[in-house]
Design a protein around this ligand. Structure first.
Ligand SMILES: NC(=O)C1=CN([C@@H]2O[C@H](COP(=O)(O)OP(=O)(O)OC[C@H]3O[C@@H](n4cnc5c(N)ncnc54)[C@H](OP(=O)(O)O)[C@@H]3O)[C@@H](O)[C@H]2O)C=CC1
Ligand SMILES: O=C(O)C1=N[C@H](C(=O)O)C[C@H](O)C1
Length: 256
């Protein structure tokens, strides 16, 4: 049994992850972390988070306590929590899967420093479809001349805090690299926040007379959660510290 600790347990992704772990035969929830002082601390994760049964795991407000008894910790929180979560992983030598987006340069530097000591998977999007879309976008942007304008649009639910999404920014990075430029202009990104949209991303390449649109639509958060759990199981087999992503997890690095 692989022991998985979840940071951000009461969030949308945390609940999805805990539901999938509870339904799995080879994963077990080893810890569930909340924001410091949260009113649910001490309650059973299964009952408090609406699974309809007890899991025998109390909700805690210490990332260290969650990491201490876990083989891997998975972090879907907010950037403000990342440094404490990285420190807990380091103190307990626990590999980490990080899905939190909206990370600034300071957070990314802290992540890279921890990745010198531990294996870490960090992806702005854990779906297989987006992993493929990143490749398709790079091929299209590299194949078509600069006469083709690039626009990256994304749509998410009304509660999402960061914009553009982490995935949109990552798509911008791969397109810029394929075009051999430093970065796309910020006007190339468009964000919609509305209703309960799980996550949609489109890369549009348009010239006079034609356009190509590459679109991915996620219809369930479980898609991201399954990818993150796959990353957690892959991570356990990595002996070498470093920062990995879904290309590594899916075995696509250097392929094609
Ligand atoms: N990589 C991927 O595939 C995906 C990434 N994401 C990203 O994951 C993150 C979480 O998304 P989502 O679950 O929708 O967001 P939610 O807001 O639903 O959940 C965030 C969780 O983090 C907790 N949290 C916030 N700040 C702190 C803190 N300082 N210390 C401890 N815990 C904290 C929140 O607690 P509280 O409720 O008390 O505020 C909440 O439980 C976002 O950055 C999102 O963009 C989302 C989906 C897929
Ligand atoms: O906050 C979300 O919900 C999502 N965030 C990720 C991002 O910022 O790209 C991934 C996914 O689209 C859902």
């Amino acid at each position: 049994m692989t022991r998985i600790g979840i940071l951000g347990a009461n969030g949308r992704m945390g609940r999805s992850l805990i539901g999938l772990i509870a339904a799995s035969d080879d994963l077990v929830l080893s810890g569930a972390g909340l924001r410091a002082g949260h009113s649910l601390v001490g309650q059973d994760a299964g009952e408090a988070l609406g699974l309809g049964r007890t899991l025998g795991v109390p909700l805690q407000d210490s990332a260290y306590a969650v990491a201490q008894h876990s083989d891997v910790v998975i972090d879907f929180t907010l950037p403000a929590a990342l440094e404490e979560n990285l420190a807990a992983a380091e103190r307990t030598a626990t590999p980490m899967v990080i899905g939190t987006t909206g990370l600034d340069d300071r957070c990314l530097a802290a992540l890279d420093a921890t990745a010198m000591k531990l294996p870490i998977v960090f992806a702005a999007n854990y779906s297989s479809g987006i992993t493929l879309l990143l490749r398709l976008a790079a091929i299209a942007a590299g194949a078509l001349s600069a006469d083709y304008d690039v626009a990256i649009s994304e749509a998410h639910h009304r509660y999402k805090k960061d914009a553009p999404s982490g995935t949109a920014l990552r798509l911008g990075e791969v397109v810029a690299k394929a075009r051999d430029i430093e970065a796309l202009d910020s006007s190339a990104f468009q964000s919609i926040r509305a209703g309960d949209i799980v996550g949609e991303h489109t890369v549009l390449l348009a010239a006079e007379g034609e356009r190509i649109e590459l679109t991915h639509r996620a219809s369930s958060r479980d898609t991201f959660a399954r990818g993150a759990l796959r990353a957690a199981q892959w991570l356990l087999k990595q002996q070498t510290p470093g920062r990995y992503d879904m290309e590594d997890v899916l075995g696509l690095r250097g392929v094609g």
